[in-house]
Design a protein around this ligand. Sequence first.
Ligand code: URA
Length: 432
Amino acid sequence: MRMVDIIDKKRNGGELTKEEIQTFVDGVVSGEIPDYQTSAFLMATYFKDMTDAERSELTMAMMKSGDHLDLSSIDGLKVDKHSTGGVGDKTSIPLAPIVAALGIPVPMISGRGLGHTGGTLDKLEAIPGYQVEISEADFIKQVQNQGLAIVGATGNIAPADKKIYALRDVTDTVDSIPLIASSIMSKKIASGTDALVIDVKTGSGAFMKTLDDSRELAKALVGIGKGVGMNCMAIISDMNQPLGNAIGNALEIKESIDLLKGQAPADITDLVLTLGSYMVVMSGKTDNMAEARKMCEQTIEDGSALKKFGDMIEAQGGDRSVIDHPEIMPQAKYKIPLPAKTSGVVSRVEADEMGVASMLLGGGRQKADDQLDYAVGIMMNKKVGDKVDAGEPLLTIYSDRENVDDIKDLLYANIEISDSAKPFTLIHETVR
Ligand code: URA
């Protein structure tokens, strides 16, 4: 079977067979298919989509390209959460310790930044010493001992996704339902979790810009999970403006720590507690969402979630003193305010362009092998619905270069001040 024929079939809108999809995935993993053909296939899929059957076959072929973790030696029902990616979305970082502090094992396999969105692994690497690449045996041992781990997919978890993910990032083929669904679910099925809550983002900062597309993605993800017997559900949450105030790796770690101290902005706190409540219910600890939420809140109030976070950092080689001394993370040379040009109410903050600005400052990758600058990013001083006076800072740019005129132009073009703002909804729907 020639790869060029498979590309041709997809390019012309045909439905690929199981064997054709298998040939593609095998060739990607073995390196027999060159990046230019993989890229052409990804672009053809981007434009022609895939049927439900193709989406499942691609997921399973990617999943089987590597190991299937056996978590049966870890007591209890294992629960995980995955986000489709957003701007300022540091949810996993405080969420895992909150849920683990309740005695629920959280084996979390996370990803790196993709396009304008940040990645949990990149953020955690802002903590001095934190290792995201650990062996499968150590991953399992850590979840047994500490109740949680946040790691990258090891070389053997869905290796096909590793290659495809990196190519999608640089070929503008990220925002595709079959490619996102197969990427997420291949890793989640291989990681051996029992239950999964998926946070599907919708809006300008998400890969899916409309509620309809987000719903279709949520259904595809949940459908694939249920198809293999996983207890799986999704929420669709808003990503029209950044989540929380912090965008950028070290800044988002600091905001995650603040959340675990009960001092974070309302939107990110609410989302973390909602996702945590679903995870607690799925674990079987209670069937009552209000009670589950109280249990999550309690771990913040009594400090047990913060302690769990410290335990995880230490177990993964990081310096847990970051909890009280976030300044041990890389710090930006310049903090440059962006003053409002007029008075009024903030009515629009384009999340994707805030993410692009952080990326251009060095906080994200423009090419697959770019080195990150963990210190840089943006702190929002105002969000949608906030009143602002002319001259007051809308946000603060954290930069290692003094001249950020290009970034300022981009940011001004993507923040609107009007007389009023539409009410903001954080969680749009749940999909079961
Ligand atoms: N997260 C993933 O793991 N894969 C995607 O394609 C998008 C978000």
